[in-house]
Design a protein around this ligand. Structure first.
Ligand SMILES: NC(=O)c1ccc[n+]([C@@H]2O[C@H](COP(=O)([O-])OP(=O)(O)OC[C@H]3O[C@@H](n4cnc5c(N)ncnc54)[C@H](OP(=O)(O)O)[C@@H]3O)[C@@H](O)[C@H]2O)c1
Length: 506
């Protein structure tokens, strides 16, 4: 973006703390606890919260799965996972025994009512001993096909019921449905057992510092909001690019593809936070009401319009991956152009782009301002000064950068673009930001659903994505192009944005 970087670092004297209360005594019950997510993310996150003194004194984790295991072997597995996937300092190592004391493994068959009765008894026993299971957070970390089964069994065993001031909550992992009909079905099944206020649909992107910082950036600064509209913004790009290809996820990915895997959730979440109106207050419903309003204002894309609004592509070696269907047309890369039909954003294009097996791992929102209305500096015919760009970077380095024009020292009026960059790691050191799961689990324990997706939000997102997927399977589908792994993606994506007189920023 620029040839020179100006660093601005935070002034710690102006730090304003928001109140963080310690959650009530409780138990976290993880279903699918023998799996990858529990090992890599959930248990390391819980351990860090414990070490930071953010968990209540009376606290237990009940790990639930089918695998044959006892509590001691589960503890060893957790310890190994924490050592591999999280950074533990020597003083944190000392806290392991106290943490491990609260870990219990409970074997179930997910559809066996007796096993849930036994779980209920176990929770009652823990409650008696530690006063910890009166309040309970269930965490569904199994393949999604099991979600309705587990929810139903929890209901039948009476484990979802809140009585005498206790709370029962449930976190549901993504993916939440694979289209509008299945998401609505799942919502209906969940609502038979849990009130919406008990349900926390997780999208870990919302736990990232920069995503939350987007809210602070927009709504705690007076200088950006007046510019945050169609009068000053030419267009917005939101990019989620991954270096990795399929990995071991063929079974799921080949039926999902990039549109379900990234656009329906992560990209639309970033999009709504960038474009929503300022909520009157910072609470879960006020925030989510504003996101829902944006989703309702997106100009719908009909199946026959998909060529006009989308690009789809596949990395060239995708069909050679193990577990992928022969001749599969699953997209591993896509571009989606959206418009919002409201006063703030009418006719401003939003380019959402994501792909696998690309050159870099980058997640960035870039706000591209308009050209100045009249340029008084003499430039060669046909040339313009680049417009200002505000980049909000989520990966690889969390931070933000603003580009603007300056005068080059010396005679004449020569200009150049420079960037003013703020990086979290320069302020707080490397690898110090809390993991997204840490933040989100703590929020759920505290009953704050702001960074979780509400049922209407999920359904509106699918309402937008369904016709696109339908169009991609029809005669109107844009031609599936191929790109080499390790590149910036298909040339078709460049042509798509160039046709609007613009270029990709990252
Ligand atoms: N891993 C991640 O980074 C990640 C990121 C975002 C979202 N998620 C979501 O989080 C959930 C859990 O992810 P994960 O990677 O931990 O999944 P996983 O390892 O595939 O599965 C978790 C556990 O579920 C049980 N299970 C797996 N397949 C089953 C089947 N067909 N029938 C019954 N039980 C089965 C297994 O435990 P037992 O056999 O012992 O019961 C397994 O250990 C998934 O919905 C996934 O989409 C994961």
């Amino acid at each position: 973006m620029s040839d020179k970087v100006v660093i601005s670092s935070a002034d710690s004297d102006t730090t304003k703390d928001t109140l963080r209360k310690i959650p009530d005594p409780c138990a976290v019950v993880i279903f699918g606890a023998s799996g990858d997510l529990t090992e890599r993310k959930l248990m390391p996150a819980l351990f860090r919260l414990f070490c930071e003194g953010l968990l209540p004194e009376s606290f237990a984790v009940v790990a639930v799965a089918r695998s044959e295991m006892d509590s001691e072997s589960f503890r060893q597995k957790v310890r190994a996972g924490i050592e591999t996937y999280s950074r533990i300092s020597p003083d944190q190592v000392n806290k392991w025994s106290a943490f491990a004391e609260g870990l219990v493994y409970h074997r179930v068959n997910y559809d066996n009512a007796e096993d849930y009765k036994a779980l209920g008894k176990l929770l009652a026993k823990i409650d008696k001993k530690k006063d910890a299971a009166y309040n309970c957070l269930f965490y569904l970390s199994t393949p999604p096909i099991l979600y309705p089964i587990i929810v139903d069994q929890l209901g039948k065993a009476g484990l979802s019921q809140q009585s005498g001031g206790s709370w029962r909550r449930i976190i549901i992992e993504k993916p939440f449905g694979h289209d509008l009909a299945s998401a609505t079905d799942l919502n209906n099944q969940v609502h038979k057992v849990f009130e919406e206020s008990q349900v926390y649909r997780i999208d870990h992107y919302l736990g990232k510092e920069t995503v939350q910082n987007l809210l602070v950036f927009r709504f705690a600064n007076a200088i950006f909001e007046p510019l945050w509209n169609r009068n000053y913004i030419d267009h917005v790009q939101i990019t989620v690019s991954e270096e990795v290809g399929l990995g071991s996820r063929a079974g799921y990915y080949d039926t999902a593809g990039i549109m379900r895997d990234v656009f329906q959730n992560h990209l639309l979440q970033l999009f709504t936070l960038t474009t929503m109106e300022p909520p009157a207050e910072f609470n879960d419903n006020a925030l989510r009401d504003e996101k829902v309003k944006v989703l309702k204002s997106i100009r719908p894309i009909r199946p026959e319009e998909v060529t006009q609004y989308t690009v789809r592509a596949q990395y060239r070696t995708y069909r050679d991956e193990k577990g992928v269907a022969p001749g599969t047309e699953t997209a591993t890369f896509a571009v989606l152009k959206l418009f919002i039909d409201n006063w703030r954003w009418r006719d401003v294009p939003f380019y959402l782009r994501s792909g696998k097996a690309l050159a870099n791992k980058v997640t960035e929102i870039s706000i591209h301002f308009r050209y100045v209305p009249h340029l008084m500096f003499p430039l060669p015919a046909g040339e313009q000064l680049p417009p200002n760009v505000l980049g909000l970077c989520l990966q690889p380095k969390e931070g933000m950068r603003l580009s603007f024009e300056t005068k080059l020292p010396g005679a004449g009026m020569r200009t150049r673009s420079v960037g003013m960059t703020y990086l979290y790691e320069q302020d707080f050191g490397k690898n110090t930001l809390p993991d997204a799961y840490e933040r989100l689990i703590l929020d759920a324990l505290q009953g704050d659903a702001s960074l979780f997706t509400r049922s209407d939000e999920i359904e509106l997102a699918w309402r937008l994505i369904d016709p696109i997927l339908l169009g991609w399977q029809s005669k109107h589908a844009p031609f599936l192009t191929f790109y080499e792994s390790g590149t910036r993606g298909p040339s078709k994506a460049d042509e798509f944005i160039q046709a609007d007189g613009r270029t990709w920023f990252v």
